[in-house]
Design a protein around this ligand. Sequence first.
Ligand code: FAD
Length: 197
Amino acid sequence: MRKSDLCVADVYAPYVIRGFRDDPPFAANEFQHNAWFVANLFLKDRPKSRFVKDFPLAWDNVLYESQSLGYVTATHQKGIDYGPTVLTYYYPMCEDPAGRTTLFNYDWKQLADVCLTDLARAHPDIYELTQRIDIMRWGHAMISPRPNFIWSGIRQKAEKPFRNIHFAHTDLSGIALFEEAFYHGLRAAVEILGHGR
Ligand SMILES: Cc1cc2nc3c(=O)[nH]c(=O)nc-3n(C[C@H](O)[C@H](O)[C@H](O)COP(=O)(O)OP(=O)(O)OC[C@H]3O[C@@H](n4cnc5c(N)ncnc54)[C@H](O)[C@@H]3O)c2cc1C
């Protein structure tokens, strides 16, 4: 490691930093995450919308009254509104208290079915357009906001560097928002540059 370095997420600190577990400066297991699966659907053409006519796909799309986070159009930055595309779909297991176990018990076919059934409500032609689905199961996705965590003092302890390793991630805010990522990234960079806060 260089003189000062960034570590991405606090929850991994005990597993990736030598000596951390011998005398932990903060309780990494207090940073709790939901499990989810992420599916990449390879489509031979753009899906039609059941509700909106003649309107191109947005980058980020949320399905009304769905438990999923919806999907992003992974080819959006190409600026093309027709032809083959890849949709990246996110499904958190937060409704189920044993969500992580359920997730790891589901096989590819069951997860693909969850994903296609959900998407078909907005895009009835999704079955005939989808040529391939790659699914990843994430045991620890984004941090879960929970009562009494934000002001518990745990986050504040975890903001402090461990030796020359500085922490920067939305995890440190207890909620997964872009603004928090920017804040912690800048904070840690300023600390490393030695300017203080
Ligand atoms: C579908 C979706 C929609 C979202 N919508 C919104 C929204 O509308 N508004 C909002 O505010 N937030 C939104 N978020 C949340 C937001 O994207 C995240 O909170 C934010 O991107 C987290 O930023 P970060 O820099 O803390 O961490 P990350 O973006 O997770 O960055 C961590 C980086 O570290 C890398 N990394 C991991 N391990 C290692 C390693 N061992 N070595 C080297 N590199 C490593 C990863 O590849 C990654 O690039 C959304 C998230 C998703 C998934």
